[in-house]
Write a protein that binds this ligand. Sequence first.
Ligand SMILES: Cc1ncc(COP(=O)(O)O)c(C=O)c1O
Length: 443
Amino acid sequence: MRDVEQTIDAIRAGDVSGASSYHALPYSARQAVLQSLSSGELASLTRLVNDSRREVFDRGETRFRTVAKSRIRTPVYCIDETLIEENMRTLRYVKDRTGCRILHALKAYASFATFGAMTPYLDGVCASGAYEARLGREEFNKEVHTFGAAYKNSEIRDILKYSDFIIFNSFHQLDSYGDAARSLGRGVGLRVDPGHSEIETAMYDPCAPCSRLGIIHDEFARSFPARSHLVDGLHFHAMCEQNSDVLERILESFERSYGPYIHGLKWVNFGGGHHITRDDYDIERLIGLINDFKRRYGVEVYLEPGEASVYHAGVLISSVVDIVRNKMELAIMDTSAEAHMPDVLLMPYRPHIFGSAEPFLKGRTYRFAGPSCLAGDVIGDYSFDTALERGDKVVFADMALYSIVKNTTFNGIGLPDIAVVKEDGTVKTVKRFGYRDYRNRQS
Ligand SMILES: Cc1ncc(COP(=O)(O)O)c(C=O)c1O
């Protein structure tokens, strides 16, 4: 009780320690805190949760820099457990305020060495198929929700074995496998196209014209009524690194099309793409949207972010192997955009390097490029205060998400090690790859 009162006092005083004491409380005490606060005080707790996360992440950056100065072998994806846990606290705060359920999307990050920092906070994982579902069951061991664009006969047994919930992308798939899922007691859902998205890169827009992802409204209206007894929930996913104002507009569109069908269902899954752990993310608006939706429809709400779980919590440390000149200075690294950070080329985007600035803002500008034969294996142009030397290490920010899960051994380039950083700064290399990993994937 004393802990609850002290936490409330700190929150009312606007003291950032209020957030860390809140996070340290057990569930019932956290609820007691929330129930004692006015809506204005709840909003200020949300600000403190963000401020506290920023402080923890500032210390994390120092830890990454220290690791990079050590003798650590490169290239290496370095993941900071404390930072993941801090992101988890923010996600759990959303759960506390709304009673929603939050899953981690394994497609974004599946390095199970750090799942210990995640499982106490989340309700489970979302998977894209049999392998992710199995990893989720074996390594996360909470709820497993699987969505795949089309399941094959040969994989459905495993998918049903490892999943608690299965989401179908068409009525044909529901007709093929829905009965089997229900007879095993699995929750059954349908993915629908909410009819609105605001993603500029078509590659990442599941609601782009002619998208295969999600049943469109006309088809849904035609085929759902005869099958409603087979379905427990609806799922949509239409966001990418976006804020809750976008979710608000998607929900308006989703409800216009599917609102009449929600009563009688058990859950609605709002998908991923919610950048909840980003500093400018409007958590209060998200909380309002979820609470309002739950009140109006009486269903469970699920979110399944991936990036938000590990946002800013991992880096890729790489060494300069050579520096060559061709109209400018080019640093050839021991890491490759193509093989080790594919979204840099696909999105495309320029990852931040610690201590760097935009080209020509500082004294020495370099183009960073990979060791592969691909002419376009270029990470970006960066400037630094001092000249780079061969053997220098640089730290590419935010590389836990969608890098480790997507990397390849193109050109026979070895995969980076994976290392986990603890709060006291100790580093444990949890995975080292070699020639066999390359060879085993060829034949
Ligand atoms: C169905 C689904 N759920 C969740 C996610 C996770 O999204 P993010 O990592 O952007 O939060 C994705 C990403 O593509 C997705 O397709």
